[in-house]
Write a protein that binds this ligand. Structure first.
Ligand code: G4P
Length: 530
């Protein structure tokens, strides 16, 4: 197989959205277009399982289902597309941030009735920091929602990105007549209950044929009015600005009725970039087309098989060809390991993978060697940047009645920390035996307790801590950094799982005091995102 050709045809992306915007629905439609599934309703275990705790537990029990939807691969117009799934619940935001690091572009899905919602805004921030190219899809046009111009304005003013509408809706809700494609000069006329649209060639947006498609004159008048405004206001599409994440090609549609999903996919196929070069911690640029293999772990899914307590580490291939059974260098551990069992995921099927290329994701069986953020290479000492960590908002210590089980609890918590389920903070004077656990949302604690009980047989109680903020401590002076020692003036210094110094505060306000006491230090709300 031609390595360069295979690399260049890879496209790896993730969909970001607020819960309920329609991510599961559009994923299903995309997979359908990609020929992976033959019938709607095949992507199981998602709809309705994300909001309630008990449902999440059920989902976890059916882990075979949730894992297979972690990465979905399909071919479209000669491209090999990897769609990375991102958990929908807000408490699992961190997982989503890490998934975004493994992607090369993102599609932002917006509920047209609600505009930009909170979770989308937070996820978009990560895309922005990484200057990721981003597509926008305004969903649920089959319902009455915000005016299309209002959605554009909302995206632009809330996120500070410029939208470039590629399609423009003609009406909405019951009066939705279709989409005008500004580049193709075509109208896609949709009818409920009819899967494929009628595609009509038009001379321009002013073509009278469009009027005939509108059931009410005001729908047409409005379309004309909006198009007039757009044509005056919009500059031509600048691909470079898109690649830098400054301008987002925008399309409209309805995932539920499969309206505009194919248009989105074609747009994606045309503009989405292939595997991006990755920078190492020492600022070396690793080009995807380099023959030397490299990749990093962005997700760990544990205890797939309860009997063996093994885990699957998801590796994003960054350069070189991956071959099953290959020996790689585990850079953090400084030793070689053999990747014997590797899987690739295709909708519901888990297939053994013989080879993979940059942009692909492989799941390798792990017996405890991997942490999130680990780099593996074909021998080079490269290390890709640590995964970003965000300040938890809820903190607790763990309490176990049986003192004989304390050691086992520590080990289990450390394992779950490595997987990124929770964050662990250790007071260097106390040690790992009594860590503080931090989570972004309470649901993560429910999951932690459930898993400690279910997988490790430990009956653990939470002891809530008064903290609500974590700040990573770094020197302000980058050239000659001040060493951050074991103590800090006016506070207690903890270490996170990667040994980075952190302070835990009861209130964000307390930070002012610390900043005053330690003017040479900076207190950052994230780690690993520069
Ligand atoms: P999520 O993964 O982003 O959380 O959203 P999901 O696809 O589960 O969709 C959330 C709800 O929105 C679902 O309704 C789904 O049918 C609906 N939906 C998705 N896309 C569209 C669309 O384009 N138009 C309309 N009108 N609705 C859409 P539900 O009532 O929760 O479930 P269901 O009974 O319809 O499956």
């Amino acid at each position: 197989m031609d390595f360069i050709k295979e690399t260049q045809r890879r496209r790896t992306f993730a969909i970001i959205s607020h819960p309920d915007a329609g991510k599961t629905t559009i994923t299903e439609k995309i997979l359908f277009q990609g020929g992976v599934i033959r019938e709607a309703g095949e992507v199981k275990g998602k709809s309705g399982t994300k909001a309630a705790t008990s449902d999440w537990m059920t989902m976890e029990k059916e882990r075979g289902v949730s894992i297979t939807s972690s990465v979905m691969q399909f071919d479209f117009q000669g491209l090999r597309v990897n769609l990375l799934d991102t958990p929908g619940h807000k408490d699992f935001g961190e997982d989503t941030y890490r998934t975004l690091i493994a992607a090369d572009s993102a599609a932002m899905l917006i509920d047209a009735a609600k505009g930009v919602e909170n979770q989308t805004r937070k996820l978009y921030e990560v895309c922005k920091l990484r200057k990721m190219p981003i597509f926008t899809f305004a969903n649920k046009m089959d319902r009455e929602g915000k005016e299309a111009l209002e959605i554009v304005d909302d995206v632009e003013s809330t996120l500070g990105i410029t939208c470039f509408p590629v399609t423009w809706p003609i009406g909405m809700g019951d009066l939705f007549a279709g989409l005008y494609h500004r580049i193709e000069n075509k109208v896609y006329h949709f009818t409920k209950g009819q899967e494929a649209p009628e595609v009509i060639e038009v001379s321009s947006w002013q073509d009278p044929k469009i009027k005939e498609l509108c059931r009410e004159p005001f729908v047409y008048d409005k379309f004309l009015e909006e198009m007039e405004l757009l044509e005056v206001a919009l500059a031509p599409f600048d691909e470079q600005e898109f690649l830098e994440g400054k301008i987002s090609p925008m399309s409209f549609g309805s995932a539920k009725f499969n309206w505009g999903v194919d248009i989105f996919l074609k747009l994606f196929a045309k503009y989405a970039p292939g595997p991006a070069p990755r920078k190492t911690r020492s600022e070396e640029i690793v080009e995807p087309t380099l023959k030397k293999f490299s990749g990093f772990v962005f997700k760990i899914q544990a205890n797939m098989d309860r009997k063996h307590r093994d885990r699957v580490a998801f590796v994003r291939v960054c350069s070189g060809q991956f071959l099953r059974g290959m020996k790689v260098s585990h850079v953090r551990l400084g030793r070689d390991i053999r990747l014997s069992y590797a899987n690739q995921f295709m909708a519901q099927d888990r297939a053994t993978v013989e080879e993979a290329f940059p942009g692909d994701i492989v799941g390798v069986t792990d017996t405890g060697n991997f942490q999130i953020g680990d780099t593996i290479t074909g021998g080079q000492k490269w290390m890709f940047p640590d995964m970003p960590r965000f300040s938890p908002e809820v903190f607790a210590k763990l309490n176990i009645k049986d003192p004989l089980k304390r050691k086992q609890m520590q080990k289990a918590v450390l394992q779950l920390g490595e997987e990124g389920t929770v964050q662990i903070f250790v007071d260097p004077f106390v040690g790992i035996q009594d860590p503080v656990i931090g989570v972004v949302g309470e649901l993560q604690f429910d999951v932690l307790l459930y898993r400690l009980n279910d997988e490790y047989g430990l009956n653990v109680k939470l002891e809530k801590q008064p903290f609500s903020v974590a700040r990573w401590v770094v020197s302000k002076n980058k050239e000659q950094p001040t060493a951050v020692g074991k103590t800090i003036k006016g506070g207690t210094l903890y270490k996170d799982i990667s040994d980075n110094p952190v302070v835990l505060l009861n209130r964000e306000w307390d930070l002012r005091w610390l900043e005053k006491e330690n003017p040479e230090l900076e207190f950052k709300s994230t780690a690993g995102l520069e």
